[in-house]
Design a protein around this ligand. Structure first.
Ligand code: SF4
Length: 334
């Protein structure tokens, strides 16, 4: 159980249908009344992105969170993101619409296992720094030297990690492998992966590409190597957005990342047709809906409304947030 999982989960019971437009109006009123700012990740439903004050990738949202002036932040995203918002705003109330919104990647690297592995490496006399992808818990961040996002990982590895040190990269093995390739640095890779990015079907992607040879494949570096190898562009969500906006001629763009990312891509570049790359086939021969993140999907308009209304679930300050904050600020905000 998470340390701050003691509060009731707003809206975990089955919810009755409510008109989305009414909910949006109610959220606007509550936001005003409760002096709140809503941050939404690109992977949550488009309607939540539409009512948010800021939407973006993890890096952009961490930066936005540092500049919020209201007394309350609602973070429509997953747990580690709301933790980052809290550590950057110790005196503000930070709410997460559903405390169970976790992340398979973050959970693949628990703090106690990382600490034990670091100890083992030190005992072997290895001289290393630990670089963590932002998709990690605050407890893990507090054990690391650098935090990176898909947007700044290459820059941090190339320019900030001393050349004479080994790198332990956690938790995403696919992003780590991609970084080894683009930076030429050797890394010890933690064997974690994102459940969403791991399931894209290479076969379906190649079939879609064969049907439309003029199409462009864009993929997130969390995808496995076989998907990256057939991609025309590899980048984090923000750089993906800028890339598609830079192509003026209308194209079909096959997108290998969480399917809700289509929403900000369409807004940034309406001239294109965006097609989500499907996930693998299920045993019954249907394509699974696993290109949707089930954790991000726990965010709904109703839960955003409920957490504003009741002021919970709240992310509470933890003792290791101080150390984690120091690493986050040094890595992402300076
Ligand atoms: S898409 Fe993957 S990495 Fe992102 S929150 Fe979901 S499980 Fe975590």
């Amino acid at each position: 159980m998470r340390e701050n999982n003691l509060l009731p989960i707003a809206g975990d019971q089955p919810q009755i249908y409510e008109d989305p437009l009414d909910l949006m109006d109610e959220i606007d009123r509550l936001k005003e009344k409760k002096d709140a700012t809503i941050l939404a990740h690109y992977y949550v439903d488009g309607e939540i992105q539409d009512i948010a004050d800021y939407s973006g990738d993890s890096l952009q949202l961490a930066r936005d969170a540092a500049n919020v002036t209201t007394s309350t932040i609602v973070f429509a995203g997953v747990h580690f993101m709301a933790e980052t918002a809290k550590m950057l705003n110790p005196d503000k109330t930070v709410l997460l619409p559903d405390l169970e919104a976790g992340c398979s990647l973050s959970e693949s690297c628990p703090a106690d296992r990382l600490a034990a592995y670091q100890k083992e490496l030190r005992e072997q006399g290895r001289d290393f720094v630990t670089v963590a992808y932002i998709n990690t818990s605050a407890a893990v961040k507090s054990l690391c030297d650098w935090i990176v996002t898909s947007g700044n990982a290459r820059e941090v590895v190339e320019e900030r990690v001393p050349k004479d040190k080994e790198i332990l990269f956690v938790p995403d093995q696919h992003l780590g492998r991609y970084l080894v390739e683009v930076t030429g640095r050797e890394m010890i890779l933690w064997p974690g992966a994102c459940m969403v990015h791991e399931v894209f079907s290479l076969q379906d992607l190649l079939r879609a590409k064969r049907k439309n040879p003029e199409s462009i494949v864009v993929s997130h570096p969390e995808c496995p190597q076989n998907i990256l190898e057939v991609s025309d562009y590899v980048g984090g969500t923000e750089s993906m957005r800028k890339y598609v906006a830079s192509i003026s001629e209308p194209k079909t763009i096959l997108v290998a990342t969480e399917a809700n990312m289509i929403h900000p891509l369409e807004a940034a570049a309406p001239q294109h047709e965006f097609v989500p790359v499907p996930g693998i086939m299920t045993e019954t021969g249907e394509t699974c809906a696993c290109n949707r993140c089930p954790h991000m999907a726990r965010n709904t308009l109703q839960k955003v409304r409920d957490c504003l209304k009741y002021g919970r679930p709240e992310i509470l300050w933890q003792p290791y947030f101080d150390k984690a904050k120091e690493v986050v600020v040094r890595s992402l905000l300076q």
